[in-house]
Design a protein around this ligand. Structure first.
Ligand SMILES: Nc1ncnc2c1ncn2[C@@H]1O[C@H](COP(=O)(O)OP(=O)(O)OP(=O)(O)O)[C@@H](O)[C@H]1O
Ligand SMILES: [Mg+2]
Length: 410
C-alpha cells in the first residue's frame, strides 16, 4: 500500500491549446478511497492515465509512496486499473480471465489458482469460476473485471467509471460492494465518475475537477456544507443548490420582500453591488407572504420527499427555484407560494469570480465540535484503519506471496 501524490501535474495534448489537466496538486492517503468527479471532458480519465503511466506528464511529478514514478513505465508502477469498457476474453473462463495477467507475469500455476480463488471468494464469484463471460449477468461480469485487478495485489487501484455499463439498480448495489470491498482490502484507490451521487456515497474524500483544474478536495460532507466556489456548489447535491443573484442592501441581501441578514464583514469582501447567494432546496420553506413569490411549475413526489420546481422574478429576472417540501402536498402547477430560507446555511459567492465569501460553520458541525473536539478525524481513522488491518490478519486473504511489500520498496 502507498499514498499517491500529484505535484503540479500537467498534461497538454499535442495540438491542444490549453492543458487537459492543469497543475493538479493532490495527495491521496495510504488506503484512502478518493473519487475524482467532474463533468464530461474535465480531465478525469487523463489524470488517471497519467498516474497509470499511459499518458505523458508534461510538467510536474507523480509519486507513489515516496517514489517518483513520473518516468516509470506502466508495468513497473504496481497499479491495477479497471476501465469503463472492461472487455473480458470471451473464450476464457472466469478463472482464466482473472488469472491472465498473473500468467503473463509468469506467476506459477498453483499460486495463480490460489490468488484467483481468494479474489473469487471476496467477490462472490466462486460458483462461476468455470463459466464463460457470456453466461454471466452484467453485475457478475463487472465483478470479474474487479477480480482481474484484485488478483494482482497492486499498491493502487485505478477505476474509470467501472459501473457505467450497469443498469441503475445494479449500479447502486455494486457501488456499495466496491466501496466496502475497498475498505476491507485497504488498497489506495482513485475512482473516476461524472456522477456526483456516486462520488458522495463512495469516497472518503472527493476531488472536484473542472476544465482540468482542481476546484476542491474534501470529505463529502464538507463539500456539501462548504463548497469553495459556485461551480462546486452547483455540481454537488441533487437537486442542485439554488444560486441566485441578489442585491446587497443594508445589513444583508434583498430576498423578495424580505432581507437575508449577512455579516457586513462578509459583504465587504466583494466589490460588486450584487452577490451570488446559494440556498439548498432543503433550506427553503413555504411561508404565507414572506420572501420571494414563486409560481409552481411541477411538484415532484418521491415518496419520502417532494420537491417544488418553480420560478420567481428576482430583481426583474425570471429565475428557477427548487425547494424541498413535505411529502404530502396539495400544491399544483400554477399555484403561487412564498419561499424563504430557514435554518440552513446561506452560501455566499462573489458574482464575478465565483469564490466563496463566507466561512459559516454549519450548525451540525458546530454541534459535533462542541460535543467532542476533533470527533470528526477520530471517527474517520477508526473507520479506515482497523478494516485494513483485519484483512491482513484474516488467513483466507493473507497473501501466499508475503514477500510482496518488501519486493515493492525498490
Ligand atoms: N488523446 C487525446 N488527444 C487530444 N485531446 C484529448 C485526448 N484525450 C482527451 N483529450 C481532451 O482532453 C480533455 C480531457 O479529456 P478526458 O478524457 O480526460 O475527460 P473526462 O473527464 O474523462 O471526460 P468523460 O467524463 O467524458 O470521460 C478533453 O477536452 C478531451 O477532448
Ligand atoms: Mg473519461
Amino acid at each position: 500500500m502507498a499514498s499517491v501524490t500529484f505535484e503540479k501535474a500537467t498534461r497538454i495534448y499535442p495540438g491542444g491549446t490549453r492543458p487537459a489537466v492543469d497543475q493538479v496538486q493532490l495527495t491521496v492517503k495510504d488506503g484512502e478511497f478518493l473519487v475524482l468527479v467532474g463533468p464530461s471532458g474535465c480531465g478525469k480519465t487523463t489524470t488517471l492515465r497519467m498516474l497509470a503511466g499511459l499518458e505523458e506528464v508534461n510538467e510536474g511529478r507523480i509519486l507513489i509512496g515516496d517514489r517518483d514514478v513520473t518516468q516509470v513505465p506502466p508495468k513497473d508502477r504496481d497499479i491495477a486499473m479497471v476501465f469503463q469498457n472492461y472487455a473480458l476474453y470471451p473464450h476464457m473462463t472466469v478463472a482464466e480471465n482473472m488469472g491472465f495477467a498473473l500468467k503473463i507475469a509468469g506467476v506459477k500455476k498453483d499460486e495463480r489458482a490460489a490468488r484467483v480463488l481468494e479474489a473469487a471468494k471476496l467477490l462472490d464469484l466462486e460458483p462461476y469460476l468455470d463459466r464463460k463471460p457470456k453466461a454471466l449477468s452484467g453485475g457478475q461480469r463487472q465483478r470479474v473485471a474487479m477480480g482481474r485487478a484484485i488478483v494482482r495485489k497492486p499498491e493502487v487501484f485505478l477505476m474509470d467509471e467501472p459501473l457505467s455499463n450497469l443498469d441503475a439498480k445494479l449500479r447502486v448495489a455494486t457501488r456499495t460492494q466496491i466501496a466496502s470491498l475497498q475498505r476491507r482490502l485497504g488498497v489506495t484507490t482513485v475512482y473516476v465518475t461524472h456522477d456526483q451521487v456516486e462520488a458522495m456515497t463512495m469516497g472518503d474524500r472527493v476531488a472536484v475537477l473542472k476544465d482540468g483544474v482542481l476546484q476542491q478536495v474534501d470529505t463529502p460532507r464538507a463539500l456539501y456544507e462548504r463548497p469553495a466556489n459556485v461551480f462546486v456548489a452547483g455540481f454537488i447535491g441533487s437537486p442542485a443548490m439554488n444560486l441566485l443573484t441578489l442585491n446587497i442592501t443594508a445589513g444583508g441581501v434583498k430576498f423578495g420582500n424580505s432581507t437575508i441578514k449577512i455579516d457586513s464583514a462578509v459583504l465587504a469582501k466583494t466589490k460588486e453591488k450584487t452577490v451570488t447567494v446559494g440556498l439548498r432546496p432543503e433550506d427553503l420553506v413555504i411561508t404565507k407572504s414572506d420572501g420571494i413569490a414563486v409560481e409552481v411549475d411541477v411538484i415532484e413526489e418521491l415518496g419520502a420527499d417532494a420537491f417544488l420546481y418553480g420560478s420567481a422574478v428576482i430583481e426583474g429576472k425570471k429565475t428557477d427555484v427548487i425547494a424541498r417540501i413535505g411529502s404530502i402536498s396539495s400544491l399544483r402547477s400554477g399555484d403561487k407560494v412564498f419561499l424563504k430560507p430557514q435554518g440552513g446555511i446561506t452560501h455566499l459567492f462573489d458574482v464575478k469570480n465565483g469564490a466563496r465569501l463566507n466561512n459559516d460553520v454549519p450548525a451540525t458541525a458546530k454541534k459535533a465540535a462542541a460535543a467532542k473536539p476533533a470527533a470528526k478525524t477520530a471517527t474517520k481513522k477508526v473507520a479506515a484503519k482497523p478494516a485494513a488491518k483485519k484483512v491482513a490478519a484474516k488467513p483466507s486473504v493473507k497473501k501466499p506471496a508475503a514477500k510482496k511489500p518488501a519486493a515493492k520498496k525498490k
